[in-house]
Ligand binder design. Structure first.
Ligand SMILES: [Zn+2]
Length: 454
């Protein structure tokens, strides 16, 4: 696109950057690219340009990375779960002890530090799957959305965009199994109260370009069918819907026993599958499930580093992609926060499962960490092009890890070798959030991650 075609009027807030190399969606990098922004949006982007008054961006520029599945407070478990061994369900017991101890203040402090860690890793948008709503015993705070507001303030402090995916959680298992003490903090008890809370969030943040509100039935085991039917009736076809699906074989087994359907089959029956839906994990889905997901237009969000950390298993990523299902990525439990590791994890897991390399095109993997993620969170799905938000990150090709990789492999060289530590600069809506690997708020915020735990 030529700068002369730019619709926005260049004015005082027009800014120009000249980048060494930019990924614009293909398998190759474009060199010497001029990026012009007006009012937080890209007003021009052109390869092989020179222009006066530009700021040089030394490195490889990518669209801002999108972390589509996060539970911010799980970061507190990092460094505290590896001695015990066990399985997903034992890990969950430990996670629940943290869930029991958090207040709006500590939740905000922890999330602020976690979102700053994300920003430093190149994440410009987070999808926060938020289920810790109420006081112990399920008593709502004075404002029933106090915990959600705390997360949105945390994202603002970190300088990144947030999709608050407000989760509903009503039962400990199929057949309305009663909630335990900790789980009462997650529950609104009735579909009406939950949807009322979500409606309040939607109207409060409607005009905020940095916030998107979505709805997240936690899983088929935690949300009775009648509640899911109510959500489907409430839904406008556009608001993001995120659901955990078939992360563990045990979930599939009890679902089949209780309903004769797989979790995906249940979601299909209640009318919750569509282009606005994202299924998180989809590790143990059947061929028929893949068919249903593909026909619905839903996205699948892979969380490779968490799935390997929790011994979930290897999902059918290649089969889903071959069926045309868009993939997104999330760091979920934050065992690590590194979207390069997350993204190549999809390909590397598929290699281990299938015995061959190059299952995915590198540009398809990068799309999962950028455009597809952004689309699944309700922020629109464009990359670096005119009209898109000026969200972009700079990767330093001179770090010990990346020196020499800008060779034959194009963007794949970066994708398969870069780490979060190679991100040097991060821009959100044209605002610089990370400068030469530093976030100005980190020194103060980081203490929230210390301490022995609950
Ligand atoms: Zn999750």
């Amino acid at each position: 696109v030529r700068l002369s075609e730019v619709p926005a009027e260049p004015g005082e807030d027009t800014r120009r950057w000249l980048a060494d190399a930019v990924w614009m969606g293909g398998s190759e990098l474009n060199e010497n690219v001029l990026i012009e922004t007006v009012g937080g949006r890209i007003s021009g982007i052109e390869s092989g340009s020179v222009a006066p008054n530009t700021v040089r961006l030394h490195g490889v520029v990518l669209p801002g990375l999108v972390n589509s599945h996060s539970h911010a407070f799980h970061r507190l478990l990092r460094g505290r779960t590896h001695r015990q061994g066990g399985d997903f369900w034992l890990w969950r017991e430990q996670m629940y002890r943290y869930a029991g101890s958090l207040t709006p203040e500590s939740y905000e402090e922890v999330a602020t530090a976690v979102y700053m860690e994300m920003a430093l890793a190149g994440v410009t948008t987070v999808g926060e799957f938020h289920y810790l709503h109420h006081q112990s015993g399920g008593v709502p705070f004075t404002d029933a959305n106090e915990m959600g507001h705390a997360l949105i303030r945390a994202a603002r402090a970190a300088g990144i965009r947030i999709a608050l995916l407000d989760a509903g959680y009503f039962a400990a298992g199929f057949g309305d199994a009663p909630l335990d003490d900790i789980q009462t903090r997650f529950s609104d008890v009735t579909a009406e109260r939950w949807l009322e809370r979500v409606d309040a969030l939607i109207s409060r943040y409607r005009d905020d370009p940095d916030v998107s509100i979505g709805i997240a039935p936690h899983s088929v085991r935690a949300v009775p069918e009648a509640v899911m039917v109510a959500v489907a009736g409430w839904h406008d076809g556009k608001i993001p819907i995120h659901v955990h699906v078939s992360e563990q074989p045990a979930e599939n087994l009890v679902c089949l026993e209780a309903t004769t359907l797989t979790p995906t089959g249940v979601l299909d029956r209640v009318g919750l599958l569509g282009p606005a839906t994202t299924l998180v994990h989809a590790t143990h889905v059947t061929d028929r499930d893949i068919d249903i997901i593909a026909r619905s237009g839903a996205t699948v969000c892979y969380c490779a580093t968490t799935e390997r950390d929790l011994a979930d298993g290897l999902g059918p990523s290649a089969e889903l992609a071959a069926a045309g299902v868009p993939l997104a990525v999330g760091s979920d439990s934050h065992a690590v926060i590194d979207l390069f590791e997350e993204t190549r994890g999809i390909e590397l897991h598929a290699r281990l499962a299938g015995g061959r390399r190059g299952v995915f095109a590198p540009e398809a993997l990068l799309a999962a960490a950028t455009t597809a993620g952004s689309s699944s969170l309700g922020f629109g799905g464009n990359g670096l092009e005119v009209g898109s938000p000026a969200d972009f990150v700079v990767i330093d090709p001179e770090t010990p890890r990346l020196r020499g990789v800008l060779g034959d492999d194009g963007i794949a060289g970066v994708l398969f070798a870069a780490t979060a530590a190679d991100v040097s600069d991060v821009f959100v809506a044209g605002r610089q959030v990370v400068d030469h690997g530093e976030h100005p708020g980190w020194e103060r915020a980081r203490v929230a991650l210390d301490g022995p735990g609950p």
